[in-house]
Design a protein around this ligand. Structure first.
Ligand SMILES: NC(=O)c1ccc[n+]([C@@H]2O[C@H](COP(=O)([O-])OP(=O)(O)OC[C@H]3O[C@@H](n4cnc5c(N)ncnc54)[C@H](OP(=O)(O)O)[C@@H]3O)[C@@H](O)[C@H]2O)c1
Length: 321
């Protein structure tokens, strides 16, 4: 069944930030949102790769409303500089936390701030970014965290998020994705609590949170099944051949991006939800069931406290609730 592309509601007047937007899912998410009329801020760590991504979008959509912002999510300094910049702009309507190390190192490495590198890149940078910008998001804004099926395939050790005791490339990736989802659901709970507190303070009945935090995963989306985009996606022929052999259980990144785009734009999306492909690894966006460990409130509160300690910043979602 050919479900692609899905219908995206008009996005004119909305401003969206996408991290890791110069390649893969982040690029295709950005392109789709720009096509629907959103102003998209493509962020990434390399100005040259960001320019190539913008050129690729403008090559197909000369009037696309896009610009760039350098954020290296593994560096808290880079994140703080970007957050300051965003506070001087009009409030964002959505933030897509997509940047990530997918091919993780076989030995444990540390970020410039001394944190385990995969955790720093995939989780802590995004957490610090949100701590800076959530109070400045537009009313009704969405924070979409890009999750993963890897959350189903690993245990979660909150007491060793930095993996000082037992590092492996796979554990680093899987734990980072569980931590990211856990923080996203914890953010949703805190936003709801803040909305309830704010409503009670003025004797109002309404408890709609000011911002909605959602997780979306792309199934199994691979480059070799993705359209060629000069400067953005140019897998060698051998990779295309190898990836074609995985056709039954994979899809291209352009299709994987659809669950993320849905989480950003669709009317049927609410905070605390988990969206993903219909057939788990591929297919049209559907509401999915997150793992129990990523939804667990006690775990979420613990991960939140560890993240606050690591980034050296209190994240108060109550401000302007
Ligand atoms: N593909 C899948 O099947 C799949 C499945 C589940 C979840 N995901 C998640 O989807 C997200 C994107 O994955 P993908 O498959 O599109 O991977 P990808 O093609 O490798 O793209 C990753 C993006 O993240 C950026 N990035 C990496 N380190 C960064 C840093 N320190 N600062 C800023 N940006 C950084 C990369 O930029 P550079 O070009 O500079 O490296 C690139 O733009 C990840 O969070 C991944 O965990 C993917």
């Amino acid at each position: 069944m050919n479900w692609y592309p899905t219908r995206v509601p008009p996005q004119v007047g909305r401003q969206v930030l996408v991290t890791g937007a110069n390649a893969g899912l982040g690029f295709f998410t950005s392109a789709r949102l720009a096509r629907a009329g959103a102003h998209v801020i493509l962020s990434g760590r390399s100005p040259e790769r960001l320019d190539a991504a913008v050129a690729a979008i403008r090559g197909r959509m000369p009037r696309a409303s896009v610009d760039t912002l350098v954020i290296d999510t593994s560096s808290l300094d880079s994140v703080a500089t970007a957050a300051d910049h965003l506070l001087d702009r009009a409030p964002l309507d959505a933030v897509v936390l997509n940047a990530g190390m997918v091919h993780t190192p076989s030995d444990r490495r540390e970020s410039v701030d001394g944190h385990e590198l995969v955790l720093a890149t995939n989780v802590l940078g995004h957490f610090a970014l949100l701590a800076g910008v959530v109070p400045h998001l537009a009313r009704g804004a969405r924070v979409v965290t890009v999750g993963s099926l890897a959350t189903r395939l690993s245990t979660f050790r909150v007491d060793d998020l930095q993996l000082t005791r037992s590092y492996s490339a796979w554990r680093a990736y899987a734990q980072s994705k569980i931590a990211a989802a856990s923080l996203a659901f914890e953010l949703d709970r805190r936003l709801r609590r803040a909305a309830t507190d704010a409503a009670e303070a003025v004797g109002a009945a309404s408890v709609t949170p000011r911002v909605h935090s959602v997780v979306a995963h792309p199934g199994y989306s691979i480059s070799g099944r993705t359209p060629r985009v000069p400067g953005v996606n140019q897998p060698p022929t051998a990779d295309r051949f190898a990836d074609a052999l995985q056709a039954a259980w994979s899809q291209g990144k352009h299709r994987g991006a659809e669950a993320i785009v849905h989480a950003v734009t669709a009317d049927d999306v609410e905070g605390g939800q988990f969206w993903g492909p219909q057939w788990m690894v591929k297919g049209a966006p559907r509401l999915a069931a997150p793992t129990r460990s990523s939804r667990d409130a006690r775990t979420g509160a613990l991960v939140w406290a560890v993240a606050e300690g690591a980034v050296g910043q209190t994240f108060d979602v109550g401000a302007r609730a």
